[in-house]
Structures are given as structure tokens and as C-alpha cells.
Design a protein around this ligand. Structure first.
Ligand code: G16
Length: 542
């Protein structure tokens, strides 16, 4: 029977950079998750009997919410729900399923790289029929709806057993439980030369993939250890756990420190990689070298035509504004257009749909292509492996060769986490107030050439997004960007992005911290970071 449950609106269900993220305790309030789901169902377009994909990264609280989502989908007129076995689907695999099944959309339960467990974070995001994150028009409409919602619909029938692959029904809706890995693994085989990568591994090339006890474990085991023949043990932390084993599933220098240490050691494998909670981020490490995400985007864009799925080359490249300009130099050399978008994968969707770009990336460890509409961690790993197998060179040689050809963009992101929200707003407000007078100002050897608050007009639908980050550009091309994260759940996270271009190959082996030292000091002076936040150093440098 379908029940209509009376509820009261919550006023804090505004989706951030990537869906609604809150602490588990917050999400566990009576009706909280149901209200948000009903708001999505009320605003998202769909035809009668439409298909909905549901899956999550396996974190704590996934299961009860997936069950509710299924019962609510049945009550809201969906004809079919496709759900990953045990509720698991990586974000890119969910994106692929939505496209493959021509679903109206998908619900992905994840707080991505944020920690999990009862004291951790939880999140819900909605993806539209193209497989990509809902654009701002929809997230805004969802938020608006959530503020007036008075009731939601839910079936009183129990959700089916999600551990068994196969079909059942609830009300008039079919629930199809699918193997979360199979379709995704098939897609990867259409894009990459599995034979060549298999031969590379059979020839003694060694690799280590850290799944961080998150969703990519089963995907990596099937693809790397199964289809590509890497020895058992190549995938570490490969069993998804509700609390990610107490870790923080963010593949960066701090949280993937173990992998990085292994890769710097005397017996390091040839190639190391890690992914995050929901499998859309990636970290690439070679023996003795960490590849920064911005560099990785540029390097993959430069060599992507070596993979069978991309032999025709690229139509264009897109990167988020704070991502380094390394990819711009590849675009220029290849004679294709570079699009600079606000932070958030949702801004790439229209460009990909229109065929204007083939590859996209972000400094936040995201890379992907037009094969799905999300960033895709394992895809990036496989493209790297395909390139290495084709070039028969080490990661280090590929990276240094790229710098030699295109120049090196020194780059760092400094994160100040959980700072006081008022102090953070004050810092950004003060920067914005000073923008008009900044041009021409000198800081040591640096002279400001331009300063603005980034805004973006989508070339397809004409929508405009403002207030996307303060950019301070210096003559010579160096840059400092300030923005507040849209994915945190406690206080505010200030992100400061710092970069400088170095064309001279003789100067490519300086440590980034040193190469950027004047800009780092200047960021504190211009942003008044220490003064306003009381912090003398960032929590994380990526
Ligand atoms: C999300 C978005 C990305 C964004 C990242 C960081 O990633 O999908 O597009 O770059 O957050 O955003 P912010 O700087 O606002 O925290 P994920 O992996 O968390 O879904």
C-alpha cells in the first residue's frame, strides 16, 4: 500500500558542490532523508514508468536509505529501479548504468571522500538522464521544493533483498538487482587495450592499487587482478567497509600516505594508484614520483589517442577554474578549445553532451571523459596503464617528458579545514571588496595584472554562475585563487590554489613548496589568512 506521510520542511537541504552532505546524525533525523528524496522526485523530470538507478559507496547508513529510496520510488510512479548488489555502485558505474538503461536519473548515496561511520558523513546526490550530476537549475529547484514540502509518499512494503541478483516487484515497480561491476568492466574494455596492458603486466610491470576500503575494491579486483592478470594482492584495502576501516577515503598525500611511502621506497612497484569513497577520484603515483591531478589531466589529454577508444583524438578539454593551466598548453598545441568552468563536475555535462570536449579534469583528483558523465577513478588508472604500455616508459619518464615538451606548471592547493564560517565569509568578502583596487599592486617581485570573482556562462544553455572563486592573476601568468569548499560538513574549508609556470627545463626539479614560496607568502598577505583564521599553516596540501 502507498502511504502519504505528513512532514515538515527542513531549511538546510541546499545541495553543495556535489549533492547534499551532512553528518550521519543529521541525516538520521526523522523524515530528513525522505524529505530530500521526495523533493528530488517532485522536481526531476520523468516519463510514466521511468527507470531510476540507485546505488551508493557502501558507507554507514547507505542500506536504510537505499531501502527507503526504493519504497519511495515505488510510491512515486517509477516503473523500474536498477540497484547494485548490496546497494553498491561506484559513482562512474552509476553514471554508466543511467546512460545504458536510458534511465530518467539516478540516486547516488555517497559523501565521496568524506569519512564514514556513525560519526562520519553521509550524502545524497541526484544524477539526470545524461548520467551526470544534476545541474544548478535542478539542485536549486530541489532546494526550493524542500522548503515547502508537507508530505512524502512511500510504500509500506519491505524493500527486496539486495544481496541477490535478479528481479522482484514492489507495488507496480520492478526492482532489478545487478552486479555492480559487470557493465562497467565491459565499458572499460571498449575503451582500452586490455591485451597490451595484460602483456605489460605479464612482462613484470608491477602495480599497487589502494581501494581505501571503499567502493572501488570489487571493481579493481575484477579488472586489475582478474581481467588484466595482476597478481593477487595488487589491490590493497579492497573490501568495502561501512566506516572505510576508520580511514578517510581521500586519495591525497595525507590520507594515502601509506601508498605514497610504498611508492617512494626501494622496492616500489612501477605504478601506484588510489581511489576515493565512491570511486570517482584518482591518485596516480609512479616509482619515486607523485603526479599532481592537474598534471595528470594534461598528460592524459596529451596522450589519450594511444587508447583504442580515443584514436580520433580530442575535440576539446575542460577543466575547473582552480585546476592548473597545464592542460591549456596541451589544448593550444593540439589546436582544440579549452573550457574553464566553475568547480563541480556538473558544469562539464553540457560540454560533453554537445561533443565540445572529450576529456575533463579537476585539481580535486578528478579526471574523466565522454564515456560517462562523472569523473572516473579507475578509468584514469586504466588510461595511464594503456599509455605506459604503449610508450614503454616509466611514469617518471612520461611526466618529465611532458614538462620538457609543454613546460612545468608548479601547483599546490592549501586547505584550511573546519575554520569558523564567519571568519571564512569575512575573508572572502574582504577579498571581493578589494578586487577593484588590486590591479597594479606589487607584492615583492609579483605584480597583480588582474583580479576578479570568477563567473561562468554555460555556452549551451546560457545559464550564469557567479561568485565561483576569487582569482588574483600576476604578470607572467602566476595565479592565486581563493574559494570556499562546497563539500564540507563542519565549519568552512578555505581552499587556496597557487600556481606558476616554468618553461625552462633546467628548473623543473625544484620542490613545489620552494618553487611557489613567494606566492604562498603573498597568499597570506593578500588573503589575510593567518590574521582572520588564526591558522599559521594549512591542514592539507595537495
Ligand atoms: C566534488 C565535486 C568536484 C569538486 C570537489 C571539490 O567531488 O564533484 O567537482 O571538485 O567536490 O569541491 P569543493 O572544492 O567544493 O570541496 P567529490 O569527489 O567529493 O564528489
Amino acid at each position: 500500500m502507498i502511504e502519504t506521510v505528513a512532514t515538515k520542511p527542513f531549511d538546510d537541504q541546499k545541495p553543495g558542490t556535489s549533492g547534499l552532505r551532512k553528518k550521519v546524525a543529521h541525516f538520521s533525523q526523522p523524515h530528513y532523508a525522505e524529505n530530500f528524496l521526495q523533493s528530488i522526485f517532485d522536481v526531476a523530470e520523468r516519463g510514466p514508468g521511468a527507470t531510476l538507478v540507485i546505488g551508493g559507496d557502501g558507507r554507514y547508513f547507505n542500506r536504510p536509505v537505499i531501502e527507503k529510496a526504493i519504497r519511495m520510488a515505488a510510491a512515486n510512479g517509477f516503473g523500474r529501479v536498477v540497484v547494485g548488489q548490496n546497494g553498491l555502485l561506484s559513482t562512474p558505474a552509476a553514471s554508466h548504468l543511467i546512460r545504458q538503461r536510458k534511465a530518467a536519473g539516478g540516486i547516488v548515496l555517497s559523501a565521496s571522500h568524506n569519512p564514514g561511520g556513525p560519526d562520519g558523513d553521509f550524502g545524497i546526490k541526484y544524477n539526470i538522464g545524461n548520467g551526470g550530476p544534476a545541474p544548478e537549475a535542478i539542485t536549486e529547484a530541489t532546494f526550493k521544493r524542500s522548503r515547502t514540502l508537507q508530505e512524502y509518499k512511500i510504500s509500506d512494503a519491505p524493500a527486496p533483498d539486495l544481496s541477490v541478483v535478479g528481479e522482484t516487484t514492489i507495488e507496480a515497480m520492478v526492482v532489478e538487482v545487478v552486479d555492480p561491476v559487470a557493465d562497467y568492466a565491459e565499458l572499460m574494455q571498449t575503451l582500452f587495450d586490455f591485451g597490451k596492458i595484460r602483456a605489460l603486466i605479464a612482462g613484470g610491470f608491477t602495480l599497487s592499487f589502494d581501494a581505501m576500503h571503499a567502493v572501488t575494491g570489487p571493481y579493481a579486483k575484477t579488472i586489475l587482478e582478474g581481467l588484466l592478470g595482476a597478481p593477487e594482492g595488487t589491490v590493497v584495502n579492497g573490501v568495502p567497509l561501512e566506516d572505510f576501516g576508520g580511514g578517510h577515503p581521500d586519495p591525497n598525500a595525507v590520507h594515502a600516505a601509506e601508498l605514497i611511502a610504498r611508492m617512494m621506497g626501494p622496492d616500489a612497484p612501477d605504478f601506484g594508484a588510489a581511489s576515493d569513497g565512491d570511486g570517482d577520484r584518482n591518485l596516480i603515483v609512479g616509482r619515486g614520483i607523485v603526479v599532481s591531478p592537474s598534471d595528470s589531466l594534461a598528460m592524459l589529454a596529451a596522450d589519450i589517442q594511444r587508447a583504442p577508444g580515443y584514436t580520433q583524438g580530442i575535440t576539446g578539454i575542460a577543466r575547473s577554474m582552480p585546476t592548473s593551466q597545464a592542460a591549456d598548453r596541451v589544448a593550444a598545441k593540439r589546436g582544440v578549445k579549452l573550457y574553464e568552468t566553475p568547480t563541480g563536475w556538473k558544469f562539464f555535462g553540457n560540454l560533453l553532451d554537445a561533443g565540445m570536449v572529450t576529456i575533463c579534469g579537476e585539481e580535486s583528483a578528478g579526471t574523466g571523459s565522454d564515456h560517462v558523465r562523472e569523473k572516473d577513478g579507475l578509468w584514469a588508472v586504466l588510461l595511464w596503464l594503456n599509455i605506459l604500455a604503449d610508450r614503454k616508459e616509466s611514469v617518471k619518464a612520461v611526466v618529465e617528458g611532458h614538462w620538457q615538451e609543454f613546460g612545468r606548471t608548479y601547483y599546490q592547493r592549501h586547505d584550511y579545514e573546519e575554520i569558523d564560517s564567519k571568519a571564512a565569509e569575512g575573508l572572502m568578502g574582504s577579498l571581493r571588496d578589494r578586487l577593484a583596487s588590486m590591479s597594479g599592486q606589487r607584492f615583492g617581485t609579483l605584480v597583480v595584472s588582474e583580479a576578479d570573482d570568477f563567473s561562468y556562462k554555460d555556452p549551451i544553455d546560457g545559464s550564469i554562475s557567479t561568485g565561483q572563486g576569487v582569482r588574483i592573476l600576476f604578470s607572467g601568468g602566476a595565479r592565486i585563487v581563493f574559494r570556499l569548499s562546497g563539500t564540507g560538513t563542519k565549519g568552512a574549508t578555505l581552499r587556496v590554489y597557487i600556481e606558476r609556470f616554468e618553461p625552462d627545463a633546467a628548473k623543473h626539479d625544484i620542490a613545489p613548496q620552494e618553487a611557489l614560496s613567494e606566492l604562498i607568502d603573498t597568499a597570506d598577505v593578500i588573503g589575510e589568512i593567518t590574521k582572520r583564521t588564526g591558522r599559521s599553516a594549512p591542514d592539507v596540501i595537495t
